[in-house]
Design a protein around this ligand. Structure first.
Ligand code: GCW
Length: 827
């Protein structure tokens, strides 16, 4: 008998980890004893959602359509209900009596003599989460015949934040335009919002802040609230609450008052009325998120008031309706004095919020970024987690890969998040890992949890890369249970996303699990931070951009040494914000782990790491190793050809090949920069020495002209060539003078986002490569953001061959390129 193939040949990635792809016949047989009907007992809409989802999933995976029934079962059945209702039909079931909201029990019991598989939630939310749990187990090919599961979420707040602007753009979004807003209004078609809520609910996420923390007052105008209510309607069937970011100056900015002082009675009553207006239209509204006194946003400091004054005023308005107020601790002075060796941005959150501990209302939650700076590739845990014992907290994690490759680079962030969540703050000498603090366990707070900046967009695959969905999935799973391991989370995700083929699972799991370290290796060594252009896109290399300005992302490199001295003894004193036990881990060079060395200490380049290597040689070596690992990802991925649907296979392969090229750009920029700064050569002779390269500026140019690239380390030799002769094709040629053999020829060119130049490569008269530079990288300038590699493998070259690159400009893009690299691939 012929079975339909287990995988479709094309998968856009839209269904993410909820594909419900048909299982193999052997896998399916495992579920033969599953009941034929599914009963709903209870009247919540979420139970109906659960039933529809269960039918959808079972039909997809097992090819059977369960009978949809209401009320107590009249045959063997799957029963969807709440624990309270379950007691009315099955007194003897083993469902626990008390569970946290969102918790559930899955087990078997006889009801009126019928054998039932029961999913009973603490409330209807729990039944929905339990339904997704059962479906996940089936997709993972697990035995469900004797299931007995009790699960409950780690914390009540499991929210995502979207940084969507009302015009439809998303700040730091890399998956297309907003699914909520367009052109100043909420979209007419909100089907994507509903599908997003389904994805979120499937991993237990129960709230979504839909607009940018850099919030416009307009979101609260009278004609906008009904529009928000439509988004809430799209979320509601999935138990996801709508919340919004607000601008503290709104009462003034909307023109209704002449102040926004949080202690002014008119301001207080303005907010009370506004909140009432919202709840009249959105009864299950979640609450507000506030960014104030941060990066130019208005805040209570304008009136000499504190964050507690502002937060409590808003919280009081929300309280009668059950809403919460999330106030971000990302408050700092972005005009610090670089010359002041004691100045330290990392200290800001603790300095501002720790003195206010105990002053915040019960429905206020302080939302704290995992690290004290800003979503860098590696940071220590924010000391503020240990600095607020009487205040509810939530950890803010960034799913969207702002500083970690913007979804073009493969970076699975769960291991990074776990590093923070598992970090013991040793508050009062007790075991107090960050995960126990934010979930409220350590200091006995009922409120708190997780906020993930997700920034999905209209791209069919949501985040711009199907592999990046592992981060959204992982965020949800960790928020549910921060004790899950990275390996367990990624293994679930891979199986749900690509199926259970053992080679596929092993390969993708291992790529994902090593990817953060790989990215760190070629972008931000030893805790120096992501060495990107911090003044621009935060994407490509821009090593020096963090220094000599007020933003405070300094790593203080000079010709002798590198690193921020944050010690109590001689530095900024930041380390003093931690408990004594943690101070001991960071205050001395001996105790500090290598991977955070430059975050905490200033050391000479010749300083020896625990590994025995010098700092400078580590910088060089790690960058070369990082690139080698990305090259290996390409080979690993290629081994999956035919085992993953062609559409996602080709897409991911394209991204990984791009990553190889861009990791080389990163490697060369960082190594060259530190070589120039330190004057210490690479002991292995690689840095600033590229025997395979021919620089464009040294070729015979026809129409092309050399230009200096800024910063110079972002291009090989500091220069590129551009074709500025309008409407014409330019050329650059050189002679190949190496022994005959098989070679790969790589062209390093710049793909600017304001044009689509055409490139052609000839060997003698023969055209061997041709492409259009039409990618949409985040810059219109020649530099580290736009430098891109084109590989032309399998060329039989002979000494004396003329190699010619032809470039035809388009739009604002002058067909720029950097160099040609040719390396031997065969005899
Ligand atoms: O990481 C920085 C980002 C800003 C962002 C800010 C914040 C929304 O570069 O784009 O603004 O953090 O978290 O408020």
């Amino acid at each position: 008998m012929l079975w339909p193939p287990a995988r479709a040949d094309a998968d856009t990635g839209y269904d993410a980890w909820l594909r419900y792809a048909q299982l193999t016949p052997i896998e399916r047989a495992k579920y033969n004893a599953l009941p034929a009907s599914v009963n709903v007992l209870g009247d919540s809409a979420l139970l109906q959602t659960s039933q529809t989802e269960l039918i959808r999933g079972v039909r997809g995976m097992l090819g059977r359509t369960l009978r949809s029934e209401q009320g107590p079962p009249t045959e063997d059945s799957i029963l969807l209900t709440t624990i309270d209702r379950l007691r009315t039909v099955a007194l003897s079931s083993q469902a626990p009596r008390s569970l946290e909201p969102g918790g559930y029990w899955i087990g078997h019991a006889a009801i009126h003599g019928h054998d039932c598989l029961i999913i009973a939630g603490a409330g209807a939310h729990g039944a929905l989460y339990g339904t997704f749990d059962l479906l996940r187990r089936i997709a993972l090919d697990q035995d469900v015949s004797r299931l007995r599961v009790t699960e409950q979420p780690s914390a009540p707040v499991r929210w995502v934040n979207q940084w969507d602007n009302l015009d439809g753009r998303i700040e730091r979004g890399y998956g297309g335009r907003s699914i909520f807003f367009d052109n100043g209004s909420v979209r007419a078609d909100l089907s994507r919002a509903g599908d997003y809520a389904r994805l979120l609910a499937s991993v237990g996420i129960n709230g979504c802040v839909v607009n940018n923390v850099n919030a416009t007052p307009k979101i609260l105008s009278a004609n906008f609230i009904p529009q928000l209510a439509r988004i809430a309607d799209a979320f509601r069937p999935w138990g996801v609450k709508l919340a919004i970011s607000i601008n503290l100056a709104t009462p003034e900015a909307l023109g209704q008052l002449d102040t926004f002082d949080p202690l002014d009675p008119n301001v207080i009553s303005w907010w009370n009325q506004k909140v009432d207006e919202i709840y009249r239209q959105i009864p299950d509204f979640g609450g507000f998120l506030v960014k104030a006194d941060s990066e130019g946003k208005p805040g209570p400091s304008r009136y000499g008031r504190t964050p507690a004054d502002a937060a409590n005023m808003l919280a009081a308005a929300l309280k009668p309706h059950g809403g919460v107020l999330l106030y971000r601790a990302f408050v700092y002075n972005s005009h610090l004095d670089w010359h002041d060796l004691k100045a330290d941005r990392a200290k800001a959150a603790y300095d501002i919020f720790h003195p206010l501990d105990g002053k915040f209302a019960g429905n206020v939650i302080i939302q704290i970024k995992n690290g004290p700076i800003d979503f860098q590739v590696r940071e220590p845990a924010s000391p503020l987690f240990g600095g607020l014992q009487k205040t509810n907290q939530a950890i803010e994690l960034q799913i969207t890969q702002e500083y970690t490759g913007q979804q073009r680079h493969l970076v699975f962030l769960v291991p990074m998040w776990k590093t923070t969540l598992d970090f013991d703050m040793h508050v009062d000498g007790r075991y107090t890992p960050v995960k126990d603090i934010v979930t409220g366990r350590s200091f006995h707070h009922p409120l708190g949890g997780f906020a993930g900046v997700s920034n999905v967009g209209l791209d069919l695959n949501w985040l711009g890369n199907p592999m990046a969905l592992a981060n959204l999935y992982g965020f949800g799973r960790l928020a549910w249970n921060p004790n899950l391991s990275s390996a367990a989370i990624v293994d679930e995700w891979t199986r749900l996303t690509f199926g259970n083929d053992a080679d596929v699972v092993r390969t993708i799991d291992s790529m994902q699990l090593t990817s953060w370290r790989t990215y760190e290796d070629y972008t931000g060594p030893l805790g120096a931070g992501t060495l990107t252009d911090i003044l621009g896109s935060h994407y490509g290399p821009g090593v020096g951009s963090a220094e000599h300005n007020g933003w405070g992302q300094w790593f203080r490199a000079d010709h002798l040494g590198v690193g921020m001295d944050r010690t109590v003894a001689t530095g900024t004193g930041f380390i003093g914000q931690y408990s004594p036990e943690v101070q001991k881990q960071y205050e001395t060079l001996q105790a500090t782990p290598d991977n955070l060395l430059l975050f905490f200490h200033h050391v000479p380049y010749t300083y020896k790491l625990h590994s025995g290597q010098t700092v400078i040689q580590y910088i060089y070596d790690s960058h070369y190793e990082g690139v080698d690992r990305v090259k290996q990802y390409v080979r690993d991925w290629k081994s999956l050809r035919g085992r993953v649907d062609e559409q996602r296979y080709a897409f991911v392969l394209g991204r990984l090949k791009y990553q190889v090229g861009h990791s080389i750009v990163w490697r060369d920029a960082v190594c060259t920069w530190f070589y120039r700064m330190s004057g210490i050569p690479d002991s292995r002779g690689r840095v600033d020495h590229y025997p395979d390269r021919t620089e464009a500026e040294s070729m015979q140019l026809q129409g092309y002209a050399p230009v200096d690239v800024v910063p110079p380390e972002d291009a090989s030799g500091g220069k590129a060539v551009v074709c500025n002769t309008a409407g014409q094709t330019c050329a650059a040629r050189f002679q190949f003078e190496r022994p005959a053999g098989w070679y790969e020829l790589d062209v390093q060119y710049f793909d600017l986002n304001d044009g689509a130049s055409t490139f052609k490569v000839f060997v003698g008269k023969q055209l061997v490569g041709e492409w259009i530079a039409d990618d949409d990288l985040p810059n219109w300038r020649i530099g580290g953001d736009t430098s891109t590699r084109r590989e032309i493998p399998g060329l039989a070259l002979r000494s004396g061959d003329e190699i010619r690159i032809e470039g035809t400009p388009n739009g604002g893009e002058p067909a720029p390129f950097d160099y040609v690299s040719i390396h031997k691939t065969g005899p």
